[in-house]
Design a protein around this ligand. Structure first.
Ligand code: GRF
Length: 203
């Protein structure tokens, strides 16, 4: 049984889509062992508690990055987490954190990386005038929004869109992409050549 740790800072809709996928067995052989937020007021933490999951708040405010990361990693290890899923976690991980879970940390970003890394990606894409955007689930490495890509989903940008309608269309696809990526990673049936993730032939 795989043990997932979810890190979030806010709304938590990606966390809910992962939890629903586990409950519906669309993600096989996994459970969420702990949900951690750096912000007490995160809605995602309340949703986790409603589902009866272990939900911890480890405040980051005023702490040096690595000191906070050490507390988070120790909670993840205490709960024997083997896959860490960042789901709207508004903190950059220290290199030390990344090294604790080699190729076992995933992130979701609301653009087609490498376009529009960083904050407010949907708005960046909208303002730039792209005709398609989407979302990316990728491994976390030591650079922001940078590791090998696992799954991407494309959505059109329509004439009547504004930043909010575009973000909502992207979010729908995020909720499909993240469970798909987790399944792929847990199955382990892939190799990474350079930056390219390639699924091996299933026999
Ligand atoms: C999502 O758009 C995700 O791609 C980004 O932060 C947002 C989190 O939303 N990293 P939610 O908290 O999962 O609803």
């Amino acid at each position: 049984m795989h043990s997932l740790g979810i890190l979030l800072s806010g709304r938590g809709s990606n966390f809910v889509s992962i939890a629903d996928s586990i409950d519906a067995r669309r993600i096989a052989d996994a459970r969420i062992s702990v949900v951690i937020s750096n912000r007490a007021e995160a809605t995602g933490i309340a949703s986790a508690r409603e589902r009866g999951l272990t939900a911890l708040v480890i405040p980051s405010k005023g702490k040096p990055r690595e000191a906070h990361d050490r507390e988070v990693v120790s909670a993840l290890k205490q709960h024997q987490v083997d896959l860490v899923c960042l789901a709207g976690y508004m903190r950059l991980l220290s290199p030390w954190f990344v090294q604790q879970f080699p190729r076992r940390i995933l992130n979701i970003h609301p653009s087609l990386l490498p376009a529009f890394p960083g904050l407010e990606a949907q708005e960046q894409a909208f303002v730039y005038g792209v005709k398609v955007s989407g979302c990316t689930v990728h491994f976390v490495d030591e650079e922001l929004d940078h590791g090998a890509i696992i799954v991407q989903k494309v959505v059109p940008v329509l004439d009547g869109d504004d930043e909010r309608t575009l973000a909502a269309r992207i979010l729908e696809q995020e909720h499909v992409a993240y469970p798909e990526a987790i399944n792929l990673v847990l199955r382990g049936n892939f190799e990474i050549l350079g930056r390219r993730l390639q699924v091996k032939n299933e026999k």
